[in-house]
Design a protein around this ligand. Structure first.
Ligand code: ADP
Ligand code: MG
Ligand code: MG
Ligand code: MG
Ligand code: MG
Length: 488
């Protein structure tokens, strides 16, 4: 879809008017027009709300490099976009309008990114470096191809609340490292209650929370929804935590493994494939002042048929479409690791297996030694993903793997019921996940199916950026080097 078709869409035009009404009713003065970089960072511009109609039509401009959020590689060369390149155009998606609960004069909206209208080549075309727009398109294509099959995802982001020292540097956890401990949960009450308040106001249906193994480590869960909507909510959740950290003068840490010898922060992705249910939208219903009418305040949950539900005699074994999709994910798990474990630091988690981090491309029921498990009838949990993940890229590459599984009826093999380490000791042959970022990027390069989840220039940008990150790390002399080798 090009920029003018998108802008002129009659349904969107109606929503643009709807947003004007909300701006006036709620007294909104300022709008954040947001998008997400390929590394998962939230980028964008702010505009005064009285310019809404003109920006809704023309969009805003920003350098193409903002989609990568770093312009130069370690050799001082540009990642694809030099200073001579035109600027991207971000067109706001009015259905994502949401007032910020911490300053009600401000509202945010996500944008879809396009190539500049003045470009010689493909003017106003879809910008393939836009991970959110890309996921939306690929999910629509997937639904068309598979007779309405849609992916719903629920994520479990773990993160740590850390104290700051006088220089603003992390100074240990805000609570003690006791897993599931109510007293430690209690010591974080002022913080998590604030997160809950903002989350519910922003359309996240919060369902549970607990204290995890590491200092200051919490996991708060909200209800799953279609893959795009959940990725938006995870992004919103990160924004909320950053705000709460500012209010409390602490750090909201989503880095995967900031401390040695204690658990890291995972972000399990639970998923299922559904048919129908679009007419079963129900309001999140958390906040009466919220914005009825906007899609953000509704969810699909449990409308339609879940193809992951068992359809045979076995009370756990997923139905046929589910099983084939799982087959695709198991089959492509090594390449998916480059997206799910996307940083150098991610692999510290995978090495420290004492904390149940999964390192094998195998699946089972309720078996926490495997990389993937059926965690409850009708849902399937991908466990090696961590909290630094870009959920849009994760969603689009999972779709690519599931699509291959369904097309080729890929068999995930028999579910592993044993402890996988013991099974391996007993001679089981199973693929190991990549154990560093370089190996994962190679697995991605070798997997054209997973690359389909990163079409256009997305794959090139992602791999160039991440290879550069890996090289920067490899040429860094660390404290550990000096300690270990200085007096050799
Ligand atoms: P765990 O037992 O692994 O700790 P949690 O209960 O913390 O799991 O989180 C489960 C997540 O899975 C929640 O976000 C929930 O909304 C989501 N979920 C539940 N059912 C489904 C489903 N059918 N498809 C996708 N996600 C689901
Ligand atoms: Mg400028
Ligand atoms: Mg959980
Ligand atoms: Mg957890
Ligand atoms: Mg889990």
């Amino acid at each position: 879809m090009d920029i003018e078709t998108y802008v002129d869409d009659p349904q969107r035009q109606e929503l643009v008017k709807e947003v004007r009404k909300k701006i006036d009713e709620l007294g909104i003065e300022y709008l954040y027009l947001q998008f997400v970089s390929i590394t998962g960072r939230i980028m964008g511009k702010g505009i005064p709300a009285d310019h809404w109609e003109s920006v809704a039509k023309k969009g805003f401009q920003l350098v193409y490099g903002a989609t990568v959020n770093l312009f130069l590689n370690r050799h001082g060369e540009y990642f694809g976009y030099g200073p001579e390149a035109a600027e991207l155009v971000g067109i706001p998606d009015p259905e994502t309008f949401m007032q910020l609960p911490w300053d009600k004069r401000v509202a945010r909206m996500y944008c879809t990114l396009f190539r500049n209208r003045e470009e010689k080549q493909d003017p106003g075309g879809f910008l393939t470096a836009d991970c959110r727009g890309n996921l939306r398109r690929l999910h629509q294509d997937f639904q068309k191809k598979h007779n309405g099959l849609q992916l719903r995802v629920g994520t479990e982001p773990e993160m740590m609340w850390l104290k700051k020292d006088e220089n603003g540097k992390p100074a240990g956890g805000y609570s003690e490292p006791y897993c599931y401990h109510i007293d430690q949960f209690e010591s974080l009450r002022p913080v998590y209650m604030k997160v809950m308040e903002y989350s519910r106001k922003m359309g996240l249906d919060m369902i549970q929370g607990d204290h995890e193994d590491a200092p200051g480590q919490l996991e708060l869960n909200w209800m799953y929804d279609d893959v795009l909507r959940n990725a938006d909510r995870l992004t919103t959740y990160r924004q909320i935590c950053a705000q709460v950290a500012r209010e409390f003068g602490i750090i909201a840490c989503f880095m995967t493994k900031p401390f040695m010898g204690v658990s890291a922060s995972g972000c399990h992705h639970n998923m299922s494939l559904w048919r129908g249910g679009e007419d079963h939208l129900r309001p999140t219903g958390n906040d009466p002042d919220n914005l009825p009418g906007m899609r953000e305040n509704y969810m699909y949950v449990s409308g339609g048929d879940n193809t992951f539900m068992p359809d045979g005699d076995d009370p756990q074994m997923p139905g046929k479409a589910g099983l084939a999709a799982i087959g695709g994910i198991v089959h492509h798990l090594r390449a998916l690791t480059a997206v799910g474990s996307s940083t150098v630091n991610s692999y510290r988690r995978l090495w420290d297996t004492g904390f149940w981090a999964p390192i094998f491309a195998d699946w089972g029921f309720q078996n926490r030694t495997t990389g993937l498990r059926v965690s409850a009838p009708g849902r399937f949990e991908y466990r090696s993903v961590d909290s630094m993940v870009n959920p849009y890229l994760m969603g689009s590459t999972i779709l690519a793997a599931a699509d291959d599984g369904i097309d080729n009826n890929l068999d995930p093999g028999k579910p592993e019921e044993r402890n996988i380490y013991e099974a391996i000791a007993a001679g089981k042959d199973v693929k190991r996940l990549p154990m560093n970022l370089g190996e994962a990027l190679q697995a991605l390069e070798d997997d054209e199916v997973v690359q389909r989840g990163m079409p256009g220039e997305m794959y090139r940008l992602y791999s160039e950026y991440k290879r550069d990150e890996w090289e920067r790390f490899n040429h860094t002399v660390t404290e550990w080097d000096v300690k270990t080798y200085l007096n050799c």
